[in-house]
Design a binder for this molecule. Structure first.
Ligand code: COA
Length: 329
């Protein structure tokens, strides 16, 4: 086992067919394509059909990742779904995905909830579980139907988010194989939960109604922006220092796709040209836990991530949570 490491053996993604442009949003709320694009970089986002659940998008992305990895559903013994929009409060979306994919009964299936950092949390968890020697092949999925937790009358939030899913297969590989995980790092700062939250619908305020908080995303945008920049910078700097890697050695940064201005700030901090960052938020908006695996899949399939190159993944989200990972392709 000494020369066995764990690597991303394949990736997949899924985005709903329905495209919603900024101009369409401008018919719903007092906004404009110009405002949204200049403040965020977003041009359009995808919206899932009413009948299309988070588990359906997760399953589609996972099927594509399994195919890409050349691994069958029967070979998967760990399935982690990162989501803040599960199909149901109970059971986990991972168990619903297990049934849809036909994963074996001995597979451990559960959700992680770390909002937009969820995929990095899932990756770190799966990697640790594989390293324990008790699991062999893992699916790590980020999937969100955020359109169901948006207040479509609130222009400060509804313009930012979209629906999608992304997935990776993590499994044993000889040292030096493409997709090898070099390291991961997680953080949380629970003192600032009120900056970004869905106040209603949980056990604190279960029943919607007059005077009770709504089951929609609420955000203090400016404060979140400042935290996002600082947290992503910390997460990027720490993991590079920990592994003795200079920022310039990173070929492709895959950041959480929330706002192009946040990405520009991280690029300046790392003294890297913004072209080193993979960005697809103009087409999807912020898809929370789906954002990084969707970007990884597009970057791999478009040839933007090349064999032998080094990628830095870096995310932040509600909690506040943040985290990073290094992958050698
Ligand atoms: N269209 C038009 N005007 C809007 C608007 C919209 N969609 N949303 C807000 N505004 C208005 C505000 O009401 C405000 O008007 P006022 O000056 O008359 O009060 C003005 O635009 C500026 O608002 P502000 O919130 O200061 O804008 P901003 O430059 O901070 O940009 C965000 C707003 C949300 C784009 C930005 O703060 C942001 O990206 N924050 C981080 C959000 C994030 O990434 N969240 C996800 C975390 S995972």
């Amino acid at each position: 086992m000494a020369d066995t490491t764990f690597a991303l053996l394949g990736s997949g993604s899924y985005a709903p067919e329905r495209v919603m442009t900024n101009n369409e949003l401008a018919k719903l709320v007092d906004t404009s394509d110009e405002w949204i694009f200049t403040r965020t970089g977003i041009k359009e986002r995808r919206i899932a059909a009413e009948s299309e659940n988070t588990s359906d998008m997760a399953t589609a992305a996972a099927k594509s990742a399994l195919e890409d990895a050349g691994i069958t559903a029967e070979q998967i013994d760990l399935c982690i779904v990162a989501t803040l929009t599960p199909d149901l409060p109970m059971p986990s979306t991972a168990c619903i995905v297990q049934a849809k994919l036909g994963l074996p009964n001995h597979a451990a299936c559960f959700d992680v909830h770390a909002a937009c950092s969820g995929f990095i949390y899932g990756l770190d968890t799966a990697w640790a579980m594989l390293q324990s020697g008790r699991y062999r092949n893992a699916l790590v999925i980020g999937a969100e139907k955020l359109s169901t937790v948006l207040d479509w009358t609130d222009r400060t939030t509804c313009v930012l988010f979209g629906d999608a899913a992304g997935a990776v297969v993590l499994g044993p590989a000889p040292a030096g194989s493409t997709g090898e995980i070099v390291g991961t790092k997680l953080y949380s700062e629970g003192g600032n939960t009120e900056l970004l939250q869905i106040p209603g619908g949980g056990s604190a305020h279960p029943t919607p109604g007059p005077g009770t908080p709504a089951r929609f995303i609420e955000m203090k945008g400016r404060e979140v922006f400042k935290f996002a920049v600082r947290e992503m910078e910390d997460a990027a700097r720490d993991i590079l220092e920990q592994h003795g890697i200079h920022a310039d050695e990173v070929d492709c940064v895959v950041p959480h796709q929330a706002n192009l201005r946040i990405i520009d700030s991280i690029a300046k901090f790392l003294e890297l040209p913004v072209e080193r960052f993979f960005v697809n938020l103009e087409r999807y908006g912020n898809t929370s836990a789906a954002s990084i695996p969707l970007a990884i899949d597009e970057a791999r399939r478009s040839g933007r991530i090349k064999p032998g190159s080094l990628s830095l993944l870096v995310a932040f989200g509600a909690g506040l949570t943040y985290g990073s990972a290094l992958v050698r392709w």
